[in-house]
Design a protein around this ligand. Structure first.
Ligand SMILES: Nc1ncnc2c1ncn2[C@@H]1O[C@H](COP(=O)(O)OP(=O)(O)OP(=O)(O)O)[C@@H](O)[C@H]1O
Ligand code: SF4
Ligand SMILES: [Mg+2]
Length: 464
């Protein structure tokens, strides 16, 4: 990869300036509709209880595999989507943020009426889905979004002057010659110029189109930008130019970024702090260098193994082969369905170091037996009382006995087998009960370093 500047990391300096954004317990569930009547049959849990801060003047990188909820979270933060639960707070002074956190930890029924009023005041004053019209308009000015696909986000029938000038017009900031002059300034700021004013998007390269998107995003002089995979569609050399441009703009204009990418190397170079997401939740969050050099979560570890850093010369053919192997070994299996996420730790179905208390459930028993080609032959029904407690019914008693033998076999060991606390056979059915567990909480295991892995929260850590 062509070199691009590494940002000077000084999270403490950013912290002194307070936060632009505080995300608290945000969820976004998309309804799944089915049948003739289009009834709601379930929900895609795209974002499921996310909490983090974006310090003023910093870049927070948001990384994770495809479908883990990055874009949905970016849209929630930019106000393009409203949350199902939780909230995104903007411009909240540190003292108020501390008060909010204090009040939120109290169960609703234990809050005094003064505390309930205080919480309501903070919510109405700073939560972006509760702002009044005027405040919301101010937020729309202050928070801009740049998407991955510049081509589809730029109107193909509009000239660059109109595309970049549109926000200025919409907010009554400029018109006529003054608008043209401002657009020229914005184009120059992103490395384009007056000669590009009267051209259409298709007359530009991918990198230039992304520059136009950035110019448009800068038009209203925002404080904060959500950059959703802004360079993923670009060639590597062009990617570096755009990333450098974003760095320069941040330095000059004091911008704050939420930088979304599936590419760990890019995130590492761009970010002061990194949030790693898995299936709608935060797996790990820490200052950038700490996340990469003192990784805590096995999922981050697996992502790193699948994305060797630039320094390791990933372009070298041998390394590329290793990277492929690493991906197969460390990130085996596919991402589970976000409409039916695994219990306990969501990563347990793919985690190479999972233990018995990670949240193994009845679905895992059926899945693992089937994947191993062993048989739960003749399994006709699974009657779940809870995700951890079910009766497996078989077509005949001998088949139920065979399944029991297979599940009990002395050769079987491993975290899932260890999690089974009851296995009983009766007639044509087998009762199976596993050790139940709720969500694994995200906890601070070192200053500013949070992870949600039982190995740290319950077992004192692990070494990769
Ligand atoms: N409007 C929608 N309706 C229903 N489901 C949706 C909608 N938008 C996203 N999803 C689902 O929500 C989950 C998260 O999607 P999202 O686009 O936020 O992921 P992502 O991390 O940005 O992925 P990618 O890296 O591919 O861009 C996915 O399972 C996706 O299919
Ligand atoms: S809690 Fe930790 S060890 Fe258990 S599955 Fe999750 S990441 Fe792996
Ligand atoms: Mg996305």
């Amino acid at each position: 990869m062509t070199a691009f500047e590494t940002r000077p990391t000084d999270p403490s300096a950013a912290a002194d300036r307070g936060d632009v954004i505080n995300v608290r317990g945000v969820r976004k569930y998309y309804p799944i509709k089915g049948g003739v009547l289009q009834r709601v049959t379930g929900h895609v849990k795209a974002v499921d209880g996310v909490t983090f801060d974006i310090p003023r003047g910093s870049t927070v990188g948001l990384v994770g595999e495809s479908g883990c909820g990055k874009t949905t979270l970016g849209r929630l933060i930019s106000g393009l989507l409203d949350p199902t639960d939780g909230g995104v707070y903007f411009g909240m002074p540190a003292a108020e943020r501390r008060r909010l956190d204090e009040l939120m930890t109290l169960p609703a029924e234990e809050r005094t009426s003064q505390q309930a009023t205080d919480l309501q005041t903070l919510t109405d004053g700073y939560r972006i889905d509760r702002l009044n019209r005027e405040q919301r308009r101010a937020y729309r000015r202050n928070c801009q979004v740049v998407f991955q696909d510049a081509f589809s986000s730029l109107n193909p029938r509009q000239l660059v002057r109109d595309i970049v000038g549109r926000p200025l017009k919409a907010f009554g900031e400029a018109s006529g010659d003054a608008l043209t002059q401002r657009v020229v300034e914005l184009l120059e700021q992103v490395g384009l110029g007056r000669q590009h004013l009267f051209r259409y998007p298709h007359q530009f390269s991918g990198g230039q189109r992304q520059r136009i998107s950035i110019a448009r995003a800068l038009a209203l002089d925002p404080e904060f930008m959500v950059l959703d995979e802004p360079t993923s569609a670009l060639d590597v050399s062009v990617q570096a130019q755009i990333l450098n441009l974003l760095h320069e703009l941040q330095r000059e204009l004091g911008l704050t970024y939420l930088f979304i990418s599936h590419d760990l190397n890019v995130v590492r170079h761009m970010s002061d702090e990194v949030v790693v997401m898995y299936l709608g939740q935060v797996a790990e969050a820490a200052p950038s260098e700490r996340l990469f050099t003192a990784t805590k979560h096995p999922y981050t570890e697996a992502l790193l193994a699948a994305n060797p850093s630039d320094d390791e010369d990933a372009e070298d053919a041998e390394d590329a082969e290793d990277a492929e192997d690493a991906e197969v070994i460390r990130l085996a299996g596919s991402v589970p369905d976000p409409a039916n996420p695994p219990q306990g730790c969501r990563f347990h179905t793919r985690c190479p170091v999972a233990v018995a208390s990670c949240g193994w459930e009845v679905d895992d028993v059926v899945r693992v037996a089937t994947e191993e080609g062993a048989s739960l032959e003749g399994l006709s029904d699974v009657e779940r009382r809870t995700p951890f407690d079910a009766t497996l019914r078989f077509e005949s008693e001998p088949l139920a006995q065979a399944a029991l033998r297979m599940l009990r076999s002395d050769g079987r060991s491993g975290p899932m087998a260890d999690a089974i606390i009851r296995l009983e056979h009766s007639g044509d059915s087998v009762d199976v009960v596993l050790r139940p567990r709720g969500d694994v909480p995200l906890v601070e295991v070192e200053p500013q370093h949070r992870t949600s892995c039982v190995l740290f929260t319950e077992y004192g850590g692990y070494t990769a």
